[in-house]
Design a protein around this ligand. Sequence first.
Ligand code: ADP
Ligand code: ADP
Length: 233
Amino acid sequence: QHVVRCRGLTKTFRSGARETRALRGLDLDVAPGEWLAVMGPSGCGKSTLLHLLGGLDTADGGSVEIDGDDLARLSEARRAVLRRARVGYVFQFFNLVQDMTVAENVELPMLLVGSGRPAARRRCRELLADVGLGELERALPSQLSGGEQQRVALARALANRPGVLLADEPTGNLDTEAARQVLGLLAAQHAAGQTIIMVTHDPRVAAAADRLLVMQDGRFAEGEVLSAESLLA
Ligand code: ADP
Ligand code: ADP
């Protein structure tokens, strides 16, 4: 049983006469507990893939299964539940809600799936302690450094104990020290059994993962499976 399974995934964007084939028959299997890094040139479809896996957008063809559920066969309502409860998403630019405090940001996904406030409060404290931000729970995102904002975003993404954590360039907007901290937190999650799919341009970040796939023109090229260590060789 795979946590994520894609077969023949296609996605084309159309604007006027212009067509961009972002995904062109992509296959992917991710095993429970695996940490996968995805690299590839700008525009090859990495973000589009994560959007489809996260239920933020829908495919034109092929299939995406998360924990054995085919996303295309779920109603929009069920897909919304999946998006909130079974997938966690970390973005390059954090995407925190600016007028909510750190704690409110982390509690939000739990309240959206119907957790009670006391349970959400408790789990929020635990998550913020895990990312080393217990003292900042009443701060607003604009009062935090980039690295701190990304750690809040990670806590939020993990709030509902998702089956898979999707991270799109999680260190792409951070300085070296902040990137190192976020990578350390991802490694700790991985050690605790969290399945992670991470897009990155940084070979040193990719090298922390178990497996690296290189994407080209909307799919993973045959024979492009590299060991992460080979990047650093
Ligand atoms: P990557 O993340 O690898 O840089 P993307 O998945 O963002 O690539 O984009 C893949 C291709 O699809 C690019 O050519 C991009 O311009 C195009 N694309 C992505 N999203 C849209 C959209 N919403 N509308 C039109 N074109 C898009
Ligand atoms: P990334 O750094 O992840 O590759 P992009 O800057 O390519 O991100 O895209 C950021 C957002 O804009 C994405 O949500 C993507 O779907 C959208 N997008 C990308 N390319 C286009 C495009 N040509 N037209 C419209 N939207 C696009």
